[in-house]
Write a protein that binds this ligand. Structure first.
Ligand code: ADP
Ligand code: GN1
Ligand code: MG
Length: 373
Protein backbone atom coordinates (compact mmCIF):
# COMPACT_ATOMS: atom_id res chain seq x y z
CA UNK A 1 0.00 0.00 0.00
CA UNK A 2 1.26 3.48 -0.73
CA UNK A 3 0.97 6.69 1.25
CA UNK A 4 -2.32 8.41 0.46
CA UNK A 5 -2.77 12.07 -0.33
CA UNK A 6 -5.78 14.00 0.89
CA UNK A 7 -7.27 17.03 -0.87
CA UNK A 8 -8.22 20.02 1.27
CA UNK A 9 -11.91 19.84 0.33
CA UNK A 10 -12.11 16.12 1.14
CA UNK A 11 -10.36 16.77 4.44
CA UNK A 12 -12.82 19.59 5.14
CA UNK A 13 -15.76 17.25 4.63
CA UNK A 14 -14.28 14.67 6.97
CA UNK A 15 -13.27 17.15 9.65
CA UNK A 16 -16.71 18.80 9.56
CA UNK A 17 -18.12 15.60 11.08
CA UNK A 18 -16.11 16.17 14.25
CA UNK A 19 -16.84 18.46 17.21
CA UNK A 20 -14.19 21.01 16.29
CA UNK A 21 -14.41 24.75 15.88
CA UNK A 22 -13.02 26.79 13.02
CA UNK A 23 -12.07 26.29 9.42
CA UNK A 24 -9.45 23.98 8.06
CA UNK A 25 -6.46 25.88 6.63
CA UNK A 26 -4.01 23.14 5.62
CA UNK A 27 -3.57 19.40 5.58
CA UNK A 28 -0.51 17.27 4.83
CA UNK A 29 0.53 13.62 5.09
CA UNK A 30 2.38 13.06 8.34
CA UNK A 31 4.72 10.54 10.00
CA UNK A 32 6.19 7.23 8.93
CA UNK A 33 3.75 4.67 10.25
CA UNK A 34 3.42 1.44 8.25
CA UNK A 35 -0.29 0.90 8.84
CA UNK A 36 -2.68 3.85 9.06
CA UNK A 37 -2.92 6.90 6.79
CA UNK A 38 -1.89 9.84 8.95
CA UNK A 39 -2.34 13.56 8.22
CA UNK A 40 -1.77 16.72 10.18
CA UNK A 41 -4.20 19.59 9.74
CA UNK A 42 -4.70 23.08 11.15
CA UNK A 43 -7.99 24.66 12.22
CA UNK A 44 -8.39 28.39 12.51
CA UNK A 45 -11.09 29.65 14.89
CA UNK A 46 -13.01 32.86 14.15
CA UNK A 47 -10.73 34.89 16.46
CA UNK A 48 -7.71 33.73 14.45
CA UNK A 49 -6.40 31.16 16.96
CA UNK A 50 -4.88 28.15 15.22
CA UNK A 51 -4.77 24.61 16.51
CA UNK A 52 -3.23 21.54 14.94
CA UNK A 53 -4.60 18.01 14.91
CA UNK A 54 -3.75 14.53 13.71
CA UNK A 55 -6.30 12.98 11.36
CA UNK A 56 -6.01 9.26 10.70
CA UNK A 57 -7.75 6.80 8.47
CA UNK A 58 -7.68 3.54 10.38
CA UNK A 59 -6.56 0.68 8.18
CA UNK A 60 -9.75 -1.38 8.34
CA UNK A 61 -8.29 -4.24 6.30
CA UNK A 62 -6.00 -4.81 9.26
CA UNK A 63 -8.19 -3.58 12.10
CA UNK A 64 -11.43 -5.33 11.19
CA UNK A 65 -13.49 -3.79 13.98
CA UNK A 66 -12.52 -0.09 14.18
CA UNK A 67 -15.40 0.60 16.60
CA UNK A 68 -13.97 -1.85 19.12
CA UNK A 69 -10.47 -0.49 18.57
CA UNK A 70 -11.66 3.05 19.31
CA UNK A 71 -13.48 1.86 22.40
CA UNK A 72 -10.17 0.44 23.68
CA UNK A 73 -8.39 3.74 23.03
CA UNK A 74 -11.10 5.84 24.66
CA UNK A 75 -11.16 3.61 27.75
CA UNK A 76 -7.38 3.33 28.08
CA UNK A 77 -6.73 7.06 27.57
CA UNK A 78 -9.49 7.99 30.05
CA UNK A 79 -7.83 5.70 32.58
CA UNK A 80 -4.37 7.06 31.83
CA UNK A 81 -5.61 10.64 32.12
CA UNK A 82 -6.68 10.08 35.70
CA UNK A 83 -3.42 8.25 36.59
CA UNK A 84 -1.35 11.05 35.00
CA UNK A 85 -3.39 13.80 36.68
CA UNK A 86 -3.09 12.22 40.13
CA UNK A 87 0.68 11.99 39.65
CA UNK A 88 0.73 15.75 38.94
CA UNK A 89 1.30 15.34 35.18
CA UNK A 90 -0.39 17.07 32.24
CA UNK A 91 -2.86 14.62 30.65
CA UNK A 92 -3.32 16.85 27.60
CA UNK A 93 0.33 16.35 26.60
CA UNK A 94 1.07 12.98 28.17
CA UNK A 95 -1.63 10.91 26.56
CA UNK A 96 -3.82 11.00 23.47
CA UNK A 97 -7.34 12.46 23.49
CA UNK A 98 -9.96 11.30 21.03
CA UNK A 99 -11.98 14.16 19.53
CA UNK A 100 -15.64 13.07 19.36
CA UNK A 101 -17.75 13.29 16.24
CA UNK A 102 -20.68 15.71 16.24
CA UNK A 103 -23.03 12.84 17.06
CA UNK A 104 -20.91 11.68 20.00
CA UNK A 105 -19.05 8.81 18.28
CA UNK A 106 -15.33 8.07 18.40
CA UNK A 107 -14.74 7.90 14.66
CA UNK A 108 -16.45 8.77 11.36
CA UNK A 109 -17.16 6.21 8.65
CA UNK A 110 -17.18 7.64 5.14
CA UNK A 111 -19.13 6.26 2.15
CA UNK A 112 -16.19 4.11 1.07
CA UNK A 113 -16.05 2.47 4.46
CA UNK A 114 -13.00 4.47 5.54
CA UNK A 115 -12.92 5.06 9.27
CA UNK A 116 -11.47 8.38 10.46
CA UNK A 117 -10.40 9.66 13.85
CA UNK A 118 -8.84 12.84 15.20
CA UNK A 119 -6.45 13.53 18.08
CA UNK A 120 -5.05 16.91 19.10
CA UNK A 121 -1.51 17.23 17.72
CA UNK A 122 0.84 17.20 20.69
CA UNK A 123 2.68 20.48 20.32
CA UNK A 124 6.28 20.95 21.37
CA UNK A 125 7.04 17.29 20.79
CA UNK A 126 9.40 15.40 18.53
CA UNK A 127 9.21 11.90 17.15
CA UNK A 128 12.48 10.01 16.60
CA UNK A 129 12.78 7.58 13.72
CA UNK A 130 16.16 6.39 14.98
CA UNK A 131 17.91 6.34 18.35
CA UNK A 132 20.17 9.39 18.51
CA UNK A 133 21.61 8.80 21.98
CA UNK A 134 21.59 6.10 24.64
CA UNK A 135 19.86 8.58 26.94
CA UNK A 136 16.87 8.99 24.59
CA UNK A 137 16.57 5.23 24.35
CA UNK A 138 16.85 4.85 28.12
CA UNK A 139 14.10 7.47 28.58
CA UNK A 140 11.85 5.68 26.11
CA UNK A 141 12.41 2.46 28.07
CA UNK A 142 11.44 4.06 31.38
CA UNK A 143 8.33 5.44 29.68
CA UNK A 144 7.31 2.06 28.20
CA UNK A 145 7.98 0.33 31.53
CA UNK A 146 5.95 2.98 33.30
CA UNK A 147 3.16 2.68 30.77
CA UNK A 148 2.89 -1.01 31.46
CA UNK A 149 2.87 -0.35 35.21
CA UNK A 150 0.30 2.47 34.93
CA UNK A 151 -2.02 0.01 33.22
CA UNK A 152 -1.35 -2.80 35.71
CA UNK A 153 -4.79 -2.37 37.32
CA UNK A 154 -6.69 -1.56 34.14
CA UNK A 155 -9.52 -4.09 33.78
CA UNK A 156 -8.07 -6.23 31.00
CA UNK A 157 -11.43 -7.94 30.34
CA UNK A 158 -12.67 -4.58 29.00
CA UNK A 159 -10.15 -4.73 26.13
CA UNK A 160 -11.14 -6.02 22.71
CA UNK A 161 -8.54 -8.08 20.86
CA UNK A 162 -7.96 -5.73 17.90
CA UNK A 163 -5.79 -8.19 15.96
CA UNK A 164 -6.20 -11.79 17.08
CA UNK A 165 -2.93 -13.62 17.83
CA UNK A 166 -0.97 -10.44 17.13
CA UNK A 167 2.20 -11.65 18.87
CA UNK A 168 1.45 -15.36 18.82
CA UNK A 169 4.74 -16.24 17.13
CA UNK A 170 3.78 -19.87 16.26
CA UNK A 171 0.70 -18.54 14.41
CA UNK A 172 2.94 -16.09 12.53
CA UNK A 173 5.25 -18.99 11.71
CA UNK A 174 2.39 -21.03 10.26
CA UNK A 175 1.30 -18.02 8.20
CA UNK A 176 4.80 -17.89 6.68
CA UNK A 177 4.70 -21.62 5.87
CA UNK A 178 1.33 -21.13 4.19
CA UNK A 179 2.51 -18.10 2.20
CA UNK A 180 5.61 -19.97 1.02
CA UNK A 181 3.50 -22.96 -0.08
CA UNK A 182 0.92 -20.81 -1.87
CA UNK A 183 3.60 -18.55 -3.42
CA UNK A 184 0.95 -16.38 -5.08
CA UNK A 185 3.48 -13.94 -6.52
CA UNK A 186 6.09 -16.50 -7.54
CA UNK A 187 8.61 -14.97 -5.15
CA UNK A 188 9.47 -17.98 -2.98
CA UNK A 189 12.31 -19.23 -5.18
CA UNK A 190 14.09 -15.90 -4.71
CA UNK A 191 14.01 -16.08 -0.91
CA UNK A 192 15.18 -19.62 -0.20
CA UNK A 193 17.91 -18.47 2.17
CA UNK A 194 15.51 -16.30 4.18
CA UNK A 195 12.93 -19.08 4.36
CA UNK A 196 15.58 -21.56 5.47
CA UNK A 197 16.69 -19.13 8.19
CA UNK A 198 13.12 -18.74 9.44
CA UNK A 199 12.25 -22.44 9.26
CA UNK A 200 15.42 -23.48 11.08
CA UNK A 201 14.24 -21.50 14.11
CA UNK A 202 10.60 -22.62 14.09
CA UNK A 203 11.14 -24.79 17.19
CA UNK A 204 11.82 -21.72 19.30
CA UNK A 205 8.76 -19.79 18.15
CA UNK A 206 6.54 -21.08 20.95
CA UNK A 207 8.90 -20.63 23.92
CA UNK A 208 7.03 -17.66 25.40
CA UNK A 209 3.48 -18.62 24.42
CA UNK A 210 4.00 -22.13 25.89
CA UNK A 211 5.04 -20.61 29.22
CA UNK A 212 2.03 -18.30 29.06
CA UNK A 213 -0.30 -21.21 28.41
CA UNK A 214 1.21 -23.12 31.33
CA UNK A 215 0.60 -20.12 33.58
CA UNK A 216 4.31 -19.55 34.16
CA UNK A 217 4.27 -16.07 32.65
CA UNK A 218 1.59 -13.54 33.63
CA UNK A 219 -0.69 -11.92 31.09
CA UNK A 220 -0.55 -8.13 31.43
CA UNK A 221 -1.92 -5.13 29.56
CA UNK A 222 0.74 -4.31 26.98
CA UNK A 223 1.17 -1.83 24.14
CA UNK A 224 2.49 -4.39 21.64
CA UNK A 225 3.96 -1.92 19.13
CA UNK A 226 6.68 -0.18 21.09
CA UNK A 227 8.98 1.04 18.36
CA UNK A 228 10.66 4.35 18.96
CA UNK A 229 8.44 6.32 16.59
CA UNK A 230 5.43 5.39 18.72
CA UNK A 231 6.60 7.66 21.51
CA UNK A 232 6.81 11.45 21.50
CA UNK A 233 9.59 13.34 23.30
CA UNK A 234 9.36 16.83 24.72
CA UNK A 235 11.15 19.15 22.31
CA UNK A 236 12.77 21.21 25.08
CA UNK A 237 13.55 18.77 27.91
CA UNK A 238 13.89 15.82 25.51
CA UNK A 239 12.15 13.64 28.06
CA UNK A 240 9.79 10.92 26.86
CA UNK A 241 6.41 12.60 26.87
CA UNK A 242 3.58 10.58 25.37
CA UNK A 243 3.08 7.04 24.15
CA UNK A 244 1.03 6.98 20.97
CA UNK A 245 -0.25 4.42 18.45
CA UNK A 246 -2.55 2.70 20.91
CA UNK A 247 -4.24 0.47 18.31
CA UNK A 248 -2.76 -2.75 19.59
CA UNK A 249 -3.14 -2.32 23.35
CA UNK A 250 -4.24 -5.77 24.39
CA UNK A 251 -3.46 -8.35 27.02
CA UNK A 252 0.07 -9.59 26.30
CA UNK A 253 3.50 -10.40 27.69
CA UNK A 254 6.04 -7.77 28.79
CA UNK A 255 8.42 -9.47 26.37
CA UNK A 256 6.38 -8.17 23.46
CA UNK A 257 6.94 -4.56 24.52
CA UNK A 258 10.55 -5.01 25.58
CA UNK A 259 11.41 -7.05 22.50
CA UNK A 260 9.79 -4.81 19.93
CA UNK A 261 11.62 -1.77 21.28
CA UNK A 262 14.94 -3.59 21.15
CA UNK A 263 14.51 -4.90 17.61
CA UNK A 264 13.84 -1.39 16.33
CA UNK A 265 15.94 0.83 18.59
CA UNK A 266 18.97 -1.25 19.55
CA UNK A 267 19.85 -2.06 15.94
CA UNK A 268 22.76 -0.14 14.48
CA UNK A 269 20.92 0.02 11.16
CA UNK A 270 17.49 1.14 10.07
CA UNK A 271 14.67 -1.34 9.76
CA UNK A 272 14.97 -1.24 5.97
CA UNK A 273 18.76 -0.90 5.64
CA UNK A 274 19.99 -2.68 2.52
CA UNK A 275 23.63 -2.94 3.60
CA UNK A 276 23.40 -5.75 6.12
CA UNK A 277 26.99 -5.09 7.18
CA UNK A 278 25.58 -2.09 9.00
CA UNK A 279 23.02 -4.05 10.98
CA UNK A 280 23.86 -5.48 14.35
CA UNK A 281 22.69 -5.39 17.94
CA UNK A 282 24.28 -2.52 19.84
CA UNK A 283 24.89 -4.02 23.27
CA UNK A 284 25.27 -0.65 24.95
CA UNK A 285 21.83 0.37 23.65
CA UNK A 286 20.49 -3.01 24.75
CA UNK A 287 21.84 -2.30 28.21
CA UNK A 288 20.45 1.25 28.31
CA UNK A 289 16.98 0.00 27.36
CA UNK A 290 17.06 -2.91 29.80
CA UNK A 291 18.06 -0.63 32.64
CA UNK A 292 15.32 1.87 31.78
CA UNK A 293 12.61 -0.72 31.25
CA UNK A 294 13.28 -2.43 34.57
CA UNK A 295 13.30 0.95 36.28
CA UNK A 296 9.96 1.87 34.67
CA UNK A 297 8.45 -1.49 35.72
CA UNK A 298 9.69 -0.73 39.26
CA UNK A 299 10.04 -4.26 40.54
CA UNK A 300 6.74 -5.47 39.12
CA UNK A 301 8.31 -8.18 36.93
CA UNK A 302 8.60 -11.73 38.21
CA UNK A 303 12.01 -13.42 38.19
CA UNK A 304 11.13 -15.55 35.20
CA UNK A 305 9.75 -12.58 33.27
CA UNK A 306 12.98 -10.67 33.78
CA UNK A 307 15.17 -13.65 32.93
CA UNK A 308 13.34 -14.12 29.63
CA UNK A 309 13.77 -10.54 28.39
CA UNK A 310 16.56 -11.55 25.96
CA UNK A 311 14.21 -14.17 24.54
CA UNK A 312 11.60 -11.44 24.11
CA UNK A 313 14.10 -9.41 22.09
CA UNK A 314 15.03 -12.35 19.91
CA UNK A 315 11.50 -13.63 19.33
CA UNK A 316 10.00 -10.22 18.55
CA UNK A 317 12.77 -9.60 16.01
CA UNK A 318 12.31 -13.04 14.52
CA UNK A 319 8.53 -12.63 14.44
CA UNK A 320 8.77 -9.24 12.75
CA UNK A 321 11.13 -10.70 10.15
CA UNK A 322 8.64 -13.50 9.51
CA UNK A 323 5.82 -10.97 9.12
CA UNK A 324 7.78 -8.87 6.61
CA UNK A 325 8.75 -11.99 4.66
CA UNK A 326 5.17 -13.28 4.66
CA UNK A 327 3.95 -9.94 3.36
CA UNK A 328 6.62 -9.96 0.65
CA UNK A 329 5.48 -13.43 -0.46
CA UNK A 330 1.84 -12.39 -0.39
CA UNK A 331 2.40 -9.33 -2.57
CA UNK A 332 2.89 -6.52 -0.01
CA UNK A 333 -0.70 -6.23 1.13
CA UNK A 334 -0.10 -5.44 4.83
CA UNK A 335 2.83 -3.07 5.46
CA UNK A 336 3.14 0.11 3.40
CA UNK A 337 6.06 -0.13 1.03
CA UNK A 338 7.95 2.68 -0.68
CA UNK A 339 10.06 0.66 -3.12
CA UNK A 340 10.21 -2.73 -4.79
CA UNK A 341 11.44 -5.42 -2.43
CA UNK A 342 10.98 -3.14 0.59
CA UNK A 343 9.45 -5.86 2.76
CA UNK A 344 12.20 -8.28 1.79
CA UNK A 345 14.83 -5.71 2.79
CA UNK A 346 13.04 -5.33 6.10
CA UNK A 347 12.86 -9.09 6.65
CA UNK A 348 16.59 -9.37 5.97
CA UNK A 349 17.53 -6.75 8.57
CA UNK A 350 15.43 -8.54 11.17
CA UNK A 351 17.04 -11.90 10.43
CA UNK A 352 20.49 -10.33 10.48
CA UNK A 353 19.69 -8.95 13.92
CA UNK A 354 18.45 -12.35 15.12
CA UNK A 355 21.69 -13.95 13.97
CA UNK A 356 23.68 -11.26 15.77
CA UNK A 357 21.63 -11.75 18.94
CA UNK A 358 22.48 -15.45 18.80
CA UNK A 359 26.18 -14.47 18.69
CA UNK A 360 25.75 -12.06 21.58
CA UNK A 361 23.38 -14.22 23.59
CA UNK A 362 25.60 -14.70 26.65
CA UNK A 363 26.24 -10.96 26.83
CA UNK A 364 22.52 -10.15 26.55
CA UNK A 365 21.69 -12.55 29.39
CA UNK A 366 24.49 -11.15 31.55
CA UNK A 367 23.28 -7.59 30.99
CA UNK A 368 19.72 -8.47 31.99
CA UNK A 369 20.98 -10.25 35.08
CA UNK A 370 23.14 -7.31 36.08
CA UNK A 371 20.38 -4.74 35.52
CA UNK A 372 17.91 -6.83 37.50
CA UNK A 373 20.04 -7.07 40.65
P1 ADP B 1 0.72 4.08 12.46
O1 ADP B 1 -0.19 3.10 13.14
O2 ADP B 1 0.51 4.12 11.01
O3 ADP B 1 2.13 3.85 12.86
P2 ADP B 1 0.75 6.32 14.34
O4 ADP B 1 -0.46 6.49 15.23
O5 ADP B 1 1.96 5.76 14.95
O6 ADP B 1 0.29 5.53 13.02
O7 ADP B 1 1.06 7.78 13.75
C1 ADP B 1 2.07 7.97 12.77
C2 ADP B 1 3.01 9.10 13.18
O8 ADP B 1 2.25 10.32 13.36
C3 ADP B 1 3.73 8.88 14.53
O9 ADP B 1 4.89 8.11 14.38
C4 ADP B 1 4.00 10.33 14.95
O10 ADP B 1 5.13 10.85 14.27
C5 ADP B 1 2.79 11.10 14.44
N1 ADP B 1 1.72 11.30 15.45
C6 ADP B 1 0.67 10.47 15.68
N2 ADP B 1 -0.14 10.98 16.63
C7 ADP B 1 0.39 12.18 17.00
C8 ADP B 1 -0.01 13.23 17.92
N3 ADP B 1 -1.15 13.14 18.63
N4 ADP B 1 0.78 14.33 18.04
C9 ADP B 1 1.93 14.44 17.30
N5 ADP B 1 2.34 13.51 16.41
C10 ADP B 1 1.60 12.39 16.25
C1 GN1 C 1 3.73 -1.62 12.28
O1 GN1 C 1 1.94 0.93 12.90
P1 GN1 C 1 3.42 0.94 13.03
O2 GN1 C 1 4.15 1.42 11.83
O3 GN1 C 1 3.79 1.69 14.32
C2 GN1 C 1 3.10 -2.87 12.87
C3 GN1 C 1 4.00 -3.43 13.98
C4 GN1 C 1 5.38 -3.76 13.39
C5 GN1 C 1 5.94 -2.49 12.76
C6 GN1 C 1 7.25 -2.76 12.04
C7 GN1 C 1 -0.57 -2.92 13.70
O4 GN1 C 1 3.82 -0.62 13.27
O5 GN1 C 1 3.45 -4.62 14.50
O6 GN1 C 1 6.24 -4.23 14.39
O7 GN1 C 1 5.02 -1.93 11.78
N1 GN1 C 1 1.78 -2.56 13.42
C8 GN1 C 1 0.73 -3.36 13.16
O8 GN1 C 1 7.88 -1.56 11.82
O9 GN1 C 1 0.83 -4.40 12.51
MG1 MG D 1 3.12 4.03 14.63
Amino acid sequence: MSVKQLQLDTAEQIVSRFALEGGLTEVCPYGNGHINDTFRFTCEASGGARKRYILQRINHHIFRKPGELMENIVNVTAYLRSVIASAGGDPERETLRVIPTRDGGHCYRDEEDGCWRIFPFIEGSICLEKVESAKDFYDSAVAFGNFQRMLADFPAQKLHETIPDFHHTPTRFRALEKAARADVCGRAAGVEAELAFAFARGGEASVLTDLLERGELPLRVTHNDTKLNNILFDEVSRKALCIIDLDTIMPGLVHYDFGDSIRFGASTGEEDETDLGRVELDLSLFEAFTEGYLKGCAGSLTEIEAALLPMGAKLMTYECGIRFLTDYLEGDTYFKIHRKGHNLDRARTQFKLVADMEEKWEDMCAIVKRCNQ
